[in-house]
Design a protein around this ligand. Sequence first.
Ligand code: RFL
Ligand code: PHB
Length: 389
Amino acid sequence: MHTQVCIIGGGPSGLLLSQLLHREGIETVVLERRSRDHVLGRIRAGVLEWGTVDLLRAAGVGERMDAEGFVHDGTLLAAQNRTIRIDFRRLTGKSVMVYGQTEVTADLYAARDAAGGCVIHGAEDVALHDLDGDGAHVTYRRDGQEHRIACDFVAGCDGFHGVSRQAIPASVRREFERVYPFGWLGVLSRTAPVEDELIYANHERGFALCSMRNARLARYYVQVPLSDKVEDWSDDAFWTELKRRIPAEAADRLETGPTIEKSIAPLRSFVCEPMRWGRLFLAGDAAHIVPPTGAKGLNLAASDIFYLWHALRDHYRDGDAAGLEGYSARALARVWKSERFSWSMTNLLHRFPDQGDFGQRMQESELDYLESSEAAQTALAENYVGLPY
Ligand code: RFL
Ligand code: PHB
């Protein structure tokens, strides 16, 4: 089998690239290790930057998002005795869209199916070959049989635990990492969200976040020690802890109920440089991870795909290699800015085991500054709604 671009990973990065290239007449094959049900069962991101919204529209998958997504013009930052509203629209002229990653992924699968796109599930032992030669190829096993796909380029969209990044020789690859000493326990419940906007809460017992998927589906998180297990947390224990950490007036009207999903995610910052090696281009979580505090992971995946889509289009349509040559530097410039923002939001809002009184006062004074300075609020808003591509 031969294709122009072999895409490893059928998550949002891989599917979006496949869909955008299809619209340029460029052929792709997507190799996904898991089943479609598994990919669609993962509850992850909820907030889309406007650049991501526009890119999904350009991919022809904006219709349901525009009908069902919620436009948010601001967000709330809460601390012990104050709530600060960051007014995105007034400060930057932009908003974000609340529309779940699960829905984005479902829309992309539907679009690939409608166009007869080739997405192969259950692809095991994917291996990348000849990335630095004249033509690359990818091998995999499915139903006990070996397969081989020859291709012009490989897009490594297989997430943090994928194989693509490892195909860049260790002598060339440089990795930067920070692992945080806590995780997020997240729940989904069929209850009305406590607030129209998201609440990011700094509390002495630890961070909490109130988010949502729709008018009857709420998404909440609390910071937990890495040693905690999901089984340690009954629904009652979760609601009690959440109520302690959010502003009292929100806690009073919080609707509780049985949770329909509960999981713990570790927090990590990670960047791999370069994002291109020979015929391999990394995109999304395969190349970088951010802690979820700034809602940047999926949005960074989208900006990588935007650059890669343009680079491949220019190559095939105009014979112009500049986009491919410049891909890694261009993508990394934006990645590092989002890494910085996600790290700083994480530092501002979480309780660190070693933070001490000094660290506590640093957070309080930063929140004070944010409350009193329009410039500080604008800087936060500008990053939250998404830096330009
Ligand atoms: P994914 O989604 O991990 O998809 C990679 C796909 O590759 C497959 N795969 C392989 N396929 C073939 N062969 C192999 N060897 C393979 N190895 C892996 C996997 O099965 C999978 O299907 O990466 P992608 O596409 O780059 O997308 C990235 C996003 O999923 C991620 O950045 C976001 O979910 C991060 N994130 C958030 N991002 C936001 O922009 N806004 C948010 O509000 C937000 N909240 C979150 C988040 C992530 C979270 N968790 C659980 C990590 C909240 C949470 C709790
Ligand atoms: C979510 O709704 O899952 C969500 C929202 C904002 C974040 C992280 C996660 O910063």
